[in-house]
Ligand binder design. Sequence first.
Ligand code: SAM
Ligand code: SF4
Length: 474
Amino acid sequence: MVYREGNLSQHSFAIARCAHSLLKKQQMTSAMTATNKPKRVYIETYGCQMNEDDSDRILRLLGDLDYVETKEADHADLVLINTCSVREKPEHKVYSALGRYKKLKEGRGTIIGVAGCVAQQEGERLLDRVPYLDLVIGTQAIHLLPRMLERIEEKERVCETGADPEGKYLTAPPFRKPLARVKSFVTIMQGCDHFCSFCIVPYVRGREKTRPSREVLDEVRHLAEMGGKEVCLLGQNVNSYGKGVVGELDFSDLLSRINEIEGIRRIRFTTSHPQDLSERLIQAFSKLEKLCEHIHLPFQSGSDRVLKRMHRGYTKASYLEKVDRLKNVCPSIAITGDVIVGFPGEEEEDFEETLALMKAVQFDDLFSFKYSPRKGTRAAQFEDRVEEKVKQKRLSILQELQRETTYQKNQALEAQVVEVLVEGRSKQGNQDISGRTRSNKIVNFRGGVDLTGHLIPVHITKAYQHSLRGEIKK
Ligand code: SAM
Ligand code: SF4
């Protein structure tokens, strides 16, 4: 084992299976024919938590094939680049990463592969453009990896970008020894049916697919048995969990069932689409003691005109109403979000509406992006593009406002005692340990690493922009 700390659009899945002709012998890897030494895999992951979880599943699958993870590509027998195309122009990045690994193929015969959104989008084109590339793993093909590696051994170059209606790609082999981490992601669904006009997700991840609750609950129980304390349930829109699946739990029921699992101390989830945020889910924040007081609720814009063109399905007023409900039910809830500036046609007054929404909500933190067109999406055809320098200016103004709010929110915690789940040694490289509050803020404080995995009351002594400092409450 390796241990490591929406309907897909038909066109993107048209190239379901393809195998390239034989590679020249010297290009082929010696790794798969090598001796009894464990093989080593290096994986480079871009993008969001879903991609991190995909990499985790890939590593667990490879673990069953006796691969161990290495942090140095130079030592690897297999190098994988797990790509994301949601927010950045990723193709360029992928080709330059592949360029870096060319010498490994030539020198050690390393197997080189690409996974994730770019693999899904580009498919066989990647094999055509990069002659030393062996492997293209589409977003729904992770479970096929063992067979793909066998085919590479048989001197094929392999590309799998077909759809997997049964959702086998979402499962992974169990962990075989205790976890070296306290929190884990658990993918509960994939894909998205919303088709926001700016977003590539439904095209590269497919339509919404619910992972059976039986499997999800088994995985969470297993994580608890292996020492896991916190789970973060992942999906592009977790609120749609179970929708349209006869006899399946809905998302609130799934949370209640996870709340009952012994050993799990904290539950989080991401992401919620505001349109689908139900009253039952809002109520769960007061009913389920393990559900942490934090919700990530992307709003994208505060202007109704822009929201409509984005095809978001809510208005500024209805978003604010849901936020009010959340704050009524759970006054200490931390709210974070995603926002895009410079969407086509965004005028100064639309941007002002976005700032007004931010002031009304008082987000604990925000992920903010400049709009960037994605090929194949509706908004990519909108012609009223916003100039780059205008986008940049709006982004800076918005980020400055958020910096102030985040700092004020952190300052409000000074002199309070908060519960921290200790995750281990602090990343600051000193004697501190570090963990997170239920509201997901980082806290650094003096203590032994043996406290890892424990819930500790910490007295907050100082607030910073990105973290808090404290001391264990005597
Ligand atoms: N499903 C979530 C939702 O609807 O709120 C969001 C998932 S999306 C993968 C993550 C974020 O990337 C979005 O909330 C949006 O802010 C940003 N994003 C997606 N496409 C973008 C684009 N074309 N340009 C800029 N930002 C984008
Ligand atoms: Fe789905 Fe819209 Fe979120 Fe993209 S931004 S994943 S289309 S809800």
